[in-house]
Design a protein around this ligand. Structure first.
Ligand code: 6V0
Length: 315
């Protein structure tokens, strides 16, 4: 087993998401070395310089544009490289294109480093997480996707706004696919231990069905809305990436809804999707069996079937 530098992180893909994640990571002070890699070396170099110029206002670290040989001792490798959907292109075309990019990137990572934790962010994140595990040969606990961490943050934010309460006091998860078949796990949602509907009523909201639908739809459509207005989403995912890195580096054993390959979870196997899981220094320790209603379980199975269908088509 190679000796890793536990203060070293790599970001592969320096577009909107990679650059914003690198910036959030720099601000976090979690690492002392960061390597940026992109097919466009100029892009990686430009971002490394720009972010480095903020260092006098942050904590010392080395940030540079590098190559795969530079990440042989990186502890965390974040993959954001991937094409975005073009007008007229189907979702399946995009999946094929990004799986193609992963077939080039992941073996290059695995050739130089077999011991890191690989965090997949590029979309469709569940399919690419599954592909990355198969292509890398890494153990499953060390390859996982940001999954519905961002969707869950959006969910908590909207619930916090709706209820006039700090979103950090809201405990609720979006599970399943990071995408159209995702599920809001209402049956376990609570505000500091108070069941969500009871808390709603305390705050003067009684029309639960309408509010639940509105909030869940809003979470699901957030990315579409932001992309329509500004072309891409990156700050929210950058903060999610930073939070996941924090859980790993500090061995927090935090419960986060990351995407990992499931094993007989409500009958779901051999597909990567998001369930709350304990995250620490070795990556994913285990998933946490939150209680779900019969409908939520049925919807989760549908989400898994959707993902399985795509895997069968492209891998
Ligand atoms: P972007 O701005 O087009 O950046 C992609 C970057 O990847 C570009 O700089 C490319 O040069 C680079 N790239 C392409 N191929 C390679 C390769 N083979 N090796 C190295 N670099 C390469 O896209 P953006 O940054 O906006 O999005 C990146 C990915 O993140 C997309 O798949 C998004 O859909 C996805 N997102 C995932 C989110 C999540 O919650 N998981 C949230 C937002 C976006």
């Amino acid at each position: 087993m190679a000796v890793l530098n536990h203060r070293k992180v790599a970001v592969i893909g320096c577009g909107f998401v990679g650059a914003a994640s690198a910036f959030a990571i720099m601000e976090s002070g979690l690492f002392s070395e960061m390597v940026l890699i992109d097919v466009s070396k100029d892009k990686a170099e430009g971002e490394a310089l720009d972010i480095s110029h903020g260092l006098p206002f942050a904590k010392p670290m080395k940030i540079y544009a590098g190559d795969y040989k530079d990440i042989s001792d990186a502890y965390v490798i974040i993959v954001t490289a991937g094409a975005g959907q073009k007008p007229g292109e189907t979702r399946l075309d995009l999946v094929k294109k990004n799986v193609g990019i992963f077939k080039s990137i992941i073996p290059q990572i695995a050739d130089v480093n077999k011991d890191a934790i690989m965090l997949i962010v590029a979309n469709p994140v569940d399919i690419l997480t599954y592909a990355a595990q198969k292509l890398s040969g890494y153990p499953e606990n060390r390859v996982f996707g940001s999954g519905t961490t961002l969707d869950t943050a959006r969910f908590k934010y909207l619930l916090g706004e709706h209820l006039g309460v700090d979103s950090r006091s809201v405990h609720a998860f979006i599970i399943g696919e990071h995408g159209d078949s995702e599920i809001a796990a209402w049956s376990s949602a609570n505000v500091s231990g108070i069941p969500i509907n009871d808390f709603c009523e305390m705050r003067g909201h009684f029309d639960h069905e309408t509010s639940m639908k509105k909030i869940a739809d809003n979470v699901k459509n957030s990315a579409y809305e932001i992309i329509e207005k500004k072309g891409a989403t990156y700050y929210g995912i950058a903060m999610s990436v930073r939070r996941i890195c924090e859980a790993i580096v500090r061995d927090e054993k935090t419960i986060l809804p990351i995407s990992s390959i499931q094993h007989d979870n409500h009958g779901i196997s051999d597909v990567a999707l998001s369930m709350p899981a304990i995250v620490g220094k070795d990556g994913v320790e285990c998933t946490v069996p939150i209680s779900l209603s019969d409908q939520e379980i049925a919807d989760l199975k549908l989400s898994a079937d959707t993902l399985r269908g795509v895997i069968d088509d492209v891998l």
